[in-house]
Write a protein that binds this ligand. Structure first.
Ligand code: 26V
Length: 805
């Protein structure tokens, strides 16, 4: 039944009077915001109920997406868009004196993730819902999401992100459906009916309380949910009475805060493992509570555990929830008394795993002692998994100790989480064609050799209704005029735009849209940084986590080159360009923070120079997050995807920028390879070493000095890092490129790719001069971006990995 404006008004007034005891006319903006969100949540709640009944009646298979991160961003506009109620609500609220955009602006981002991996999880939840696939996400209700970043004198400062004060409107607690999660203690064994049994004793309990966040889909009857676990002390009161009655008052409080600290804060690192106890606790809280919940629901409906793999698929998003493997075994063995073989069969058929990085620093390993102490029963099971695994491998590869060690779940005093997933999961996938090949050829080669049929690829995708339809209304409107509405349901219909390839009027219309979005970004930049940028300049954008492998430094070095050239020749004839960066660095990542400082210093020098700033400007926008990306991306013309080939698993920012008409300037890395397949050489600016060339160069021995000797310009650029042209010196960066111990200098080969990159940047400038040619490249990129929809990606998972209808 369709809701009329009168219905909406009534819903709003009822909610407002219930929550705030006033009518909307008297309500504050904050009250109006909370009222609106509550009404939307109730609408979704009703839809959820009927969708749940439908999947229950049809006994449909469920997928559970386990992820330590979901980078949700904001939900209000997304939900209204999906429910197709945006304009009705806007008009009702206007009548009450509220501007809906102002209410949108009050919503904080739910920043429960670091970067690509977390955002992908959210895009996939959206697509599952669009496609009416029964899917539930499981994660943690971090009280503090990814830190807020401020830049002070070029230094990144981190501040807590207290998102719940305004963001909890979407969360519905289910306090009485909490599960107990056990840490520490010891394991006792005993015999029962001739079976060896195990009892976990003397443990500390933590209660995991679920909070539901509803996920809507575009024009879809489905409503799915994201379940976020919050850690609570098991004692009824806020303090532990056992200690309190003995007079140990502080200890009584301590126990309680120790439990609750588990879900306090998201780990703000995506570059290296720290092996911290609290992180392992977070992972186990997520895994144990989710599996208990999944199994209890399954049993309630189907009455037997054997049918689990037929009715349930559990997906492990990177190794962070890899404890699913031993924990599912534990539940099946200890709580349902299955035999090892039966339990193992169910576990393998239920679980699947996606790898998201080949960076060895990020591959999770846990100290065996810590693991055993914190999760004694799970540890025993890991040992038994490992024993059987190694036994099998010895039979296959007698005497090949190195190989067996590499493949083992436990080795060198560490539990290796990727190997646990590889040992168990029935499907293993990478996130782009190139990445999946690299997994098979190198990182996971030994596993691929024994079971090739388990390995597959699913190239990432994006929720383009958010990244195009919602965040770029001007382009969406133009596209609807040109090719109709079809693309809003089926992204492949964007290809119809190719009809207009070469059509000057359409290219001009696209440029006019881009111009509007550039003006909006320019005004954001002026407000945020006090810099006036020229909306007629080329907007060149690199937005992503700060990582050496992503090579923001290469971009910075090339900007220095342009700066030096303009200084040398103030009449240098290039189209004006604005370089826009946004990136958060892991708090402990020293070099990443130095690179931010360098970019900010370049910005200061360049933007203050009356001659240079007419030709180039540099902007570093602080606090990169989903909602900021939504402002930057529609305005971008060049998308910098310049990672060293072989290291960026896929990239998804590249897809968001492409669908908004930015032309990729990039290496053949991650999904750039597939972007290239779509648009061809003529609609992309490719440069740099290929993945196999990078490998070969490493093997030969990489000497960054040889590139500096050959290239006087590069030498000049590097010298500025030492001589203080940009304020202070940047010795640490200089040394990382040239003076590190032999074989580790310039580990990401920025200098090897510099020359080709610089040449390609000149090609970008030359091409941009010809608005028609550049505009047509942009058109082709939009038209060819449909394949990168997360609907396509989720469809592939559903069919090839989760075996869903
Ligand atoms: C790794 C770690 C390491 C231990 C500390 C905590 C932590 C948190 C997150 C990560 C994830 C790093 C992997 C990641 O984000 N990969 C990105 O995944 C995207 C989605 O598949 C993909 O597009 C990017 O190329 C890839 O870098």
């Amino acid at each position: 039944m369709e809701l009329t404006k009168t219905d909406l008004l009534e819903l709003l007034e009822n909610e407002c009077s219930k929550s705030f005891g006033c009518s909307l006319k008297e309500a504050s903006k904050k009250q109006a915001y909370k009222t609106l969100c509550a009404v939307v949540r109730d609408i979704l709640s009703k839809k959820r109920k009927s969708f749940k009944e439908e999947i229950y009646a049809k006994e449909r298979k469920q997928v559970y997406y386990m992820s330590m991160e979901f980078l949700v961003g904001t939900s209000l506009r997304n939900n209204l868009f999906n429910l197709k109620l945006e304009s009705k609500f806007a008009s009702v609220l206007k009548g009450l004196g509220f501007d809906i955009q102002e209410l949108y602006d009050m919503e904080p981002d739910a920043g429960l993730g670091n970067g690509g991996l977390g955002r992908l999880a959210s895009c996939y939840m959206d697509s599952m819902t669009n496609m009416a696939l029964p899917g539930t996400g499981f994660s943690i209700r971090y009280e503090f999401g990814i830190f807020r970043q401020k830049i002070v004198d070029g230094w990144q400062m981190e501040f807590p992100d207290d998102w719940l004060s305004m963001g909890d409107v979407w969360l519905r607690p289910r306090e009485d459906e909490a599960f107990e999660v056990k840490f520490g203690g010891n394991v006792a064994s005993y015999e029962e009916n001739g079976r060896l049994c195990f009892r976990h004793e003397n443990y500390n309990s933590v209660m995991a309380v679920p909070y539901d966040m509803f996920i809507s889909g575009y024009g879809s009857r489905a409503v799915n949910k994201l379940v976020l676990w919050s850690a609570k002390s098991p004692s009824k009161n806020s303090i532990d009475l056992r200690y309190f009655v003995r007079g140990e008052h502080l200890k009584a409080l301590e126990q309680n805060t120790m439990a609750e600290v588990i879900s306090k804060v998201l780990y703000p690192a995506d570059d290296h493992i720290e092996g911290k106890r609290l992180r392992l606790k977070q992972q186990y809280l997520l895994v144990s509570a989710s599996l208990q919940s999944i199994i209890s629901l399954h049993l309630k409906k189907y009455g037997n555990i054997q049918s689990l793999p037929d009715k349930v698929a559990i997906h492990i998003n990177d190794t962070h929830p890899a404890l699913c493997v031993p924990e599912l075994m534990r539940i099946l063995l200890d709580e349902y008394s299955l035999s090892w073989d039966e339990a193992w069969d169910i576990t393998c058929r239920t679980l699947s795993y996606t790898n998201h990085t080949v960076m060895s620093e990020a591959l999770e390993r846990w100290n065996e002692g810590l693991f055993r102490e914190l999760l004694p029963r799970v540890y025993q099971i890991v040992c038994e998994i490992n024993r059987r695994l190694v036994e099998g491998l010895f039979a296959k590869y007698p005497g090949d100790v190195a190989k067996i060690d590499y493949m083992a779940a436990i080795s060198g005093g560490e539990v290796k989480m990727a190997n646990l997933c590889l040992a168990a999961c029935h499907k293993i996938n990478g996130v782009s064609k190139l990445h999946s090949e690299i997994l098979k050829d190198s990182l996971f080669h030994d596993y691929y050799a024994i079971t090739p049929e388990r390995f597959t690829n699913v190239t990432n995708g994006i929720a383009y209704r958010r990244w195009l339809c919602q965040s770029n209304p001007a382009l969406t409107k133009l596209l609807r005029e040109l090719i109709g509405d079809g693309f809003m349901k089926d992204s492949m219909a964007l290809e119809d735009l190719l009809r207009y390839s070469g059509d000057k009027a359409v290219i001009d219309a696209l440029a006019a849209v881009k111009r509007v979005n550039k003006e909006r970004l320019a005004s954001y930049i002026s407000g945020a940084n006090g810099i006036n940028v020229n909306p007629d300049s080329l907007f060149d954008v690199q937005i992503k986590r700060l990582h050496e492998y992503k090579r923001q430094l290469l971009n910075a070095l090339q900007i220095i080159r342009m700066y030096l050239r303009i200084k040398e020749n103030p009449n240098l004839d290039i189209p004006p360009r604005t370089f826009i960066f946004a990136a958060k660095a892991s708090s402990g990542y020293f070099m990443a923070k130095q690179i931010i400082r360098l970019i900010c210093s370049i910005a200061e020098t360049v933007n203050a120079d009356p001659v240079v700033r007419e030709k180039i400007k540099v902007v570093f926008l602080e606090d990169y997050k989903v909602s900021l990306a939504e402002i930057i991306i529609p305005a971008a013309e060049i998308s910098e995807q310049i990672s060293i080939a072989g290291k960026e698993a896929s990239g998804t920012g590249n897809m968001k920028l492409m669908i908004n008409g930015a032309v990729t300037l990039g290496t053949l890395d991650g999904a750039n390879v597939e972007i290239h397949e779509q648009v061809g050489d003529e609609n992309m600016f490719l440069f740099g070493l290929h993945a196999d060339e990078v490998e070969a160069l490493w093997r030969r021995g990489y000497d960054p000095h040889s590139y500096v000797r050959r290239n006087a310009e590069l030498n000049e650029v590097l010298r500025t890092l030492k001589t203080g042209v940009f304020g202070s010196n940047f010795d640490d960066i200089y040394n990382s490129l040239l003076s590190n111990a032999y074989g580790t200098a310039d580990a990401y080969m920025a200098l090897a790719d510099f020359e080709d990159y610089a040449r390609t940047q000149d090609r970008v400038s030359a091409t941009y001069r010809d608005a028609y040619t550049f505009g047509n490249m942009s058109l082709v990129n939009i038209a060819k971006a449909g394949i990168f929809s997360s609907d396509r990606a989720v469809g592939e998972y559903a069919k090839n990995i989760w075996y869903m209808k």
